[in-house]
Design a protein around this ligand. Structure first.
Ligand SMILES: Nc1nc2c(c(=O)[nH]1)N[C@H]1C(S)=C(S)[C@@H](COP(=O)(O)OP(=O)(O)OC[C@H]3O[C@@H](n4cnc5c(N)ncnc54)[C@H](O)[C@@H]3O)O[C@H]1N2
Ligand code: MOO
Length: 405
């Protein structure tokens, strides 16, 4: 049974639209951080540390050579007594006047007073001479950290350097907030997934954007998870009811046309509509809803640029909270030529970020991606009667650091 009156009972989008900043903050506030779990390092990239990263032992664990050369004891010349390779165990103690040939990173024998680099060594058959400054070229045990030292606080995003550090510490697993799972559905009977657009056929431009956006925003999805749904409320209801993900994206179906079923499907499933339109251009029909079980549904407008701005506005905010992260302030940048404000809506204008400031690239209409493809960020132009000469930047890459601009 379809409840056809649900759409008519709604206030118009213009009445229910929230200011852009309010909508973004709300999307962040309504999400609940995921539960921490232990994952192997290979699965931890992009997750969030749930507990501080603590050194279980000193790094390095022993004094090591920082150069290929000779571990020596006392003043030279030294008699060569052996060779220490990268995988050699600890060599016997050095005595005054003795030297070992050694490679970078190998443990220096007890008693070593310095390492003499190859290029500073004067070699003869069994001896080596040169000027070895005491303590030079030895990486001391505990130089990087002592046992028990807190290296990173909880809340840090795990990136390749964190993974390398964890491995250096001898860890095999990390306790993290995992990447949120994101399911995605594109709707529209006119959509095709190969070949060109034409009368009655529109090439899907949103599906191909989703996996990369989701990954950069710290979620996980795969191309196989972007499913095309026929334009029917029942198909949408079934897909929403069974989607096993913390965030569900639905593109199209967000406005008030005969095939726009998102809001009525959400109502039928008892979802709470949290954002019902955002006062921004493009992207104003975007919506965010929450099921009782906590799953969030983000309605992306069908126009591709509007879908992109909606994901970067509400989707990224919700994902950050699911990952246990705050909503970072957006960097501010000057606009040399100024950008005209809209009287009631926040404008999101594709710009390139240059040394001179933000430069609009044009082609920022809601149905076109040409501007976004050439841009680094959206300039966030607040509503009002004026021309903005400085704007906040919403990065097109949601994984980019806050120093962008
Ligand atoms: N009476 C009203 N009509 C519209 C309103 C409104 O407030 N009142 N808002 C307009 C705005 S703004 C937008 S944005 C769109 C949003 O429409 P829907 O989310 O319902 O999406 P559709 O109607 O399915 O499609 C709109 C447009 O985008 C094309 N499309 C859809 N999906 C894709 C895709 N995956 N890849 C490429 N292009 C796609 C679709 O063919 C349509 O041309 O509504 C306005 N109308
Ligand atoms: O605001 Mo629509 O989202 O113009 O494209």
């Amino acid at each position: 049974m379809q409840p056809p009156d649900l759409d008519r009972q709604r206030p118009s989008l213009h009445q229910s639209s929230l200011p852009w900043d309010v909508a973004r903050e709300l999307a962040h506030a309504v999400a609940t951080p995921l539960r921490p779990r232990s994952v192997v390092l290979a699965e931890a990239d992009g997750t969030t540390l749930a507990v501080p990263l603590v050194a279980s032992a000193a790094v390095p664990p022993v004094d090591r050579s920082a150069m290929d050369g000779y571990a020596v004891r006392g003043p030279g010349p030294w008699r060569l007594v052996g060779t220490i390779r990268a995988g050699s165990g600890l060599a016997p103690e050095l005595e005054d006047g003795q030297a070992y040939k050694i490679v970078t990173g190998a443990a220096v024998p007890t008693g070593t007073t310095a390492v003499l680099p190859d290029e500073e060594a004067i070699r003869s058959e069994d001896d080596v001479a040169g000027s070895a400054i005491p303590g030079r070229h030895i990486r001391r045990a505990g130089e990087e950290c002592a046992a028990g030292e807190v290296l990173l606080p909880a809340g840090v995003v795990v990136d390749p350097s964190v993974l390398g550090l964890a491995a250096t510490l001898g860890l095999n697993r990390l306790t993290v907030l995992p990447r949120p799972r994101v399911a995605a559905f594109v709707t529209g009977d006119e959509l095709v997934h190969a070949g060109a657009s034409g009368p009655g056929r529109v090439r899907d431009a949103i599906g191909p954007m989703v996996p990369g956006l989701v990954h950069r925003a710290g979620g996980c999805s795969s191309p196989a998870e972007v499913r095309h749904l026929e334009d029917s409320r029942q198909a949408l209801v079934d897909a929403l009811a069974s989607a096993d993900a913390e965030l569900i994206l639905v593109s199209g179906s967000s406005a008030s046309g005969p095939a726009d079923h998102l809001r009525s499907a959400l109502a039928e499933l008892g979802a709470e509509l949290i954002v019902d339109g955002v006062a921004c251009r493009p992207g104003h029909p975007q919506a965010l809803a929450r099921f009782e079980d906590g799953r969030l549904v983000l309605g992306l407008p069908g126009n591709p640029l509007a879908a992109l701005t909606a994901f970067l506005t509400l989707g990224v905010a919700a994902l950050r909270r699911l990952r246990g992260l705050g909503l970072p302030p957006l960097p501010i940048c000057s606009v040399p030529g100024g950008l005209q404000s809209h009287p009631h809506s926040t404008r999101l204008v594709p710009v390139r970020v240059t040394a001179e400031g933000a430069v609009p690239v044009g082609h920022g209409g809601s149905a076109m991606l040409r501007g976004a493809a050439a841009a680094d960020a959206f300039a966030v132009v607040p509503p009002g009667p004026s021309t903005a000469v400085a704007v906040r930047l919403l990065a097109l890459d949601p994984g980019a650091g806050p120093w962008v601009g």
